[in-house]
Write a protein that binds this ligand. Sequence first.
Ligand code: G16
Length: 559
Amino acid sequence: MMRFGGDTSANAHFQRSDMSIQRIQITPFSDQKPGTSGLRKKTEVFQTPHYLAAFVQSIWQGIGGISGKTLVLGGDGRFFNDTASQIVLRMAAASGAAKVIVGQNALLSTPAASNLIRKRGADGGIILSASHNPGGPKGDFGIKFNAANGGPANESITDAIFEASKTLDGYDILEAEDLDLSQIGETQLGGMIVDVVDPVADYAEMMQGLFDFDAIRSLFAGSFRLRFDAMHAITGPYATALLEETLGAAPGSVINGTPLPDFGNGHPDPNPIWAKTLVDEMMGPDAPDFGAASDGDGDRNMIMGCGIYVTPSDSLAALAANATLAPAYAEGLKGVARSMPTSCALDRVAETLGIECHETPTGWKFFGNLLDAGRATLCGEESAGTGSDHVREKDGLWAVLFWLNILAQRKISVADLMADHWARFGRNYYSRHDYEGIDAAAANALMDHLRAALTDLPGATAGGMTITAADEFAYDDPIDGSHTAKQGLRIFFENGARLVFRLSGTGTVGATLRVYMESVETTVLDADAQEMLKNVIAAAQELAQIEDRTGRTAPDVIT
Ligand code: G16
């Protein structure tokens, strides 16, 4: 039986374990360069005949083959997840993998997949997700490879995958019926074992080992109320099992908890724009004590308290400052790390704690070496990602449990905890303005113009502030010595303010310009961020000529 389109006349058949392996000849695709987090495209691009399979074969080649190897496989349940997982399984079997551990119904949150790779000693894993991007036939799909440490493949691997994709002339796939992935247990596909596992069990067990569940239970035994918005995405089953069934949050505390292929037509990105219903509830009368949301694949988080939104950068800093209240981190942190555009609030905590604070390019893959080498325990990004050395991915529900553990110990509200934090460390007012789907050429021209001006900026003024330094961020990995250039344009001001420009590496339409703004305050600690940042916002317009160059008068998303 031929399952795929295209010219099959040149395709070869050969046998392994009584099943037929087909060699499908293709013309290479030229656009399979992985971005910030794997390959993300419109779903319909992935549905183009051979497109997904070609990338999967390029992964096999880029990692030196999969013969005899064990892989983990799962995805966030978005449209095409089921079809794609069957293709990956048949291709893994055709290329000689020994075993694939797959989440039931091909579901696994990204952090749960990272955990499974590590716990089962797998050689790596395939995660099917476009994360926070919308799903469905008209939405986005994505695929990424995680290495044996459980983390996103580093750039040398993603470069090798891309190189392979450019000359790929065919792929191998087993001719077989779809497997029933709804049944937990082992089955055989050609010569390969397929082990279908409960997607939640191992993850829930790990969380139990990290946090003080008794303390969190006593919180819920009192009057403490929680609202967790799973945004119709993968964390629903994990959150219901942990927060409601294990820890005793009231039934109904988890909303939108059933994963849907199109995320209920929503945009599963936990920020004040896309999780507006939750924000309105948390800012309204009779708000719960704690609010949180997670994204499509469960690695991002948004934290709120009654009447307060905690920025991801502040959340990271607060977790670092209070980390020893959780059993897993009771001995203290070895170090911390943040992506460059993330606010410097973490740096202030690290300085007080006397620990290393690393600044990396955007992309969780850059934390892997630091975590593996024991140079960092906690990591985080402004893009709503926080995590630790428990896995090698950011972890949305972990962040929620960490916060609950801290609140249970400190017995104060989120708002009071943040007020206390800012009084101690000062406050880094922070905001990101996104201009989405702009013309790619215009976006590149804007960046080129700014890049060319960088050397002349020190001493000049913008937004009424004097510029002290300006550069293009580059990173030298302290562990493997690799050099990563062109990671964002940084402009520093004399009052400690900072402005960063970057083009997103996760969008699928045109270009997304991200403008990251920050200012430091030690006296006015309870003001509106946009108001406090108005000079920095003005400086951004002045320096980058955003309106003139993109035609946009306002950002699409402000976080
Ligand atoms: C991915 C990466 C993150 C990165 C984010 C935004 O997150 O894993 O490290 O911060 O994209 O990247 P960009 O600014 O290039 O769009 P996720 O949750 O989408 O996998």
